[in-house]
Design a protein around this ligand. Structure first.
Ligand SMILES: [Zn+2]
Ligand SMILES: [Zn+2]
Length: 422
């Protein structure tokens, strides 16, 4: 399977001109055996430096690309942070390159992307597992100075994904990728609901390409979890497409909504909440998608919300301080001041309600359907599976909108007396 940027770039019916930095993606069995040939096809030449970790260096079925320098990072405690970048730079020292190749998962990609940006050279993405949708990201998700930060980076020039490598990667990595993709159900619903509330532009081309990817993964997740070749190709395609949709959009709106906010909140380990989890990003997003589905479907049961609607109230400084503590407070306040949802009136919500109910019931699978699927394929399906106490659910739902300024239906549900609703 191939993805060609030329077919996606250009003027759109939404009125915007979409631009993808990544020129193309090849998702094929045996793609790494034809690495040199594919580079030639995309006119990439010169001195390469390939970045691995010790696991991906030994990845089964991988034909390692030709490179004048091989950086092999120690996977023990490897993170996309100062230490990870320093370790990569140390092994590159004294050489100059024309391009970098990231051979690995999300962390190897974020370190490579950061270095490529600093060195002003392109990089080629070679994902070894279908674990996240961030391979095609334009920014590096890093932990810098102990804080989660979005650091400058570059999107890959091209992607070469060898499904023979990806399908034999450890199974939990594919399960994580499936979770990250299924989160688009609620992310896309949040986008459309916001459009109903305040007219935020929804690009139907970007929406539909992401939705197609999610539905395909929903249908093939059993096969993808089992390492079936076609299903693995479909999952990898969906992950890349979701990343490319973000490139076209210029932000993560199509790929990240209320479910990602719950995952981010758990990752931040706010002192007032006392939660933490060593589950992967996609596992947390997968569980959060069930929680958000359950919450949204419950609210959508009420046809007449007039008795429960109240004016929107933003988070107070005091409650944010209690939850996040001084260390995280400044960052969180900047996400909430101004609070974009304050412009949504009670009349807006009442008027949009029939459309919102329709979006929830038609676009988001029920929590039970998701749970059945997760159980069948062996994915983590509950807070307990993430080692987060079940009694934290209410606080996670309540505080998670505050991690990002983006409007989601969860943030808007602050306008509903949800306790009195069925
Ligand atoms: Zn994600
Ligand atoms: Zn568009």
């Amino acid at each position: 399977m191939r993805i060609d940027s030329k077919k996606m770039n250009g003027m759109c019916t939404c009125g915007k001109e979409h631009l993808m930095v990544t020129r193309g993606a090849v998702i094929e069995a045996g793609a790494t055996a034809r690495f040199a040939e594919l580079l030639r096809e995309y006119n990439i030449s010169g001195k390469a430096c390939a970045v691995y970790d010790q696991n991906t260096y030994q990845a089964k079925n991988l034909h390692r690309p030709e490179a004048v320098c091989e950086v092999i990072l120690d996977p023990e405690n490897l993170h996309a942070n100062e230490a990870g970048v320093a370790a990569a730079k140390e092994q590159m020292a004294g050489n100059s390159f024309d391009y970098l190749i990231a051979v690995g998962g999300g962390t190897v990609h974020d370190i490579t992307r950061y270095c490529a940006n600093e060195m002003h050279i392109p990089f080629v993405s070679c994902p070894t597992a279908a674990s996240v949708d961030g391979f095609c990201s334009t920014v590096s998700a890093m932990t810098w100075g102990g804080c989660k930060k979005t650091m400058p980076g570059v999107a890959p020039d091209i992607v070469i994904a060898d499904t023979d490598v990806v399908r034999v990667a450890p199974r939990h990595l594919a399960l994580s990728g499936i979770g990250d993709i299924l989160g688009k159900y609620t992310a896309l619903a949040d986008w459309k609901i916001t459009h109903e509330l305040n007219g935020e532009e929804v690009c139907s081309r970007i929406h539909d390409m992401t939705m197609d990817a999610v539905k395909a993964v929903y249908d093939c997740s059993d096969g993808a979890a089992a390492g079936d070749a076609d299903a693995t190709e479909q999952l990898m395609y969906a992950l890349l497409l979701s990343g490319l949709a973000m490139q076209l959009m210029g932000n993560s709106r199509p790929a990240s909504g209320a479910e990602h906010h719950i995952s981010h909140l758990i990752e931040m380990e706010p002192p007032g909440l006392q939660v933490s989890s060593d589950a992967s990003h996609g596992e947390k997003v997968g569980v959060a998608t069930i929680l958000i589905s359950e919450y949204y479907h419950r609210l959508a049961q009420t046809a007449d919300i007039a008795p429960f609607v109240r004016p929107y109230r933003t988070f107070t400084d005091a409650e944010l301080r209690d939850c996040y503590g001084e260390r995280l407070l400044d960052g969180i306040l900047s996400e909430n001041r101004p609070d974009l949802a304050e412009a949504v009136s009670e009349q807006d919500l009442l008027r949009a309600w029939p459309a919102i109910r329709k979006i929830i019931t038609e676009c988001i699978p029920s929590a039970q359907d998701l749970r059945d699927l997760y159980t069948r394929v062996g994915m983590k399906a509950s807070l307990t599976d993430l080692r987060v106490p079940e009694e934290k659910l209410e606080e996670l739902i309540y505080f998670s909108p505050s991690v990002r300024q983006r409007i989601t239906f969860n943030r808007i549900s602050r306008m509903l007396d949800t306790k009195r609703m069925s």
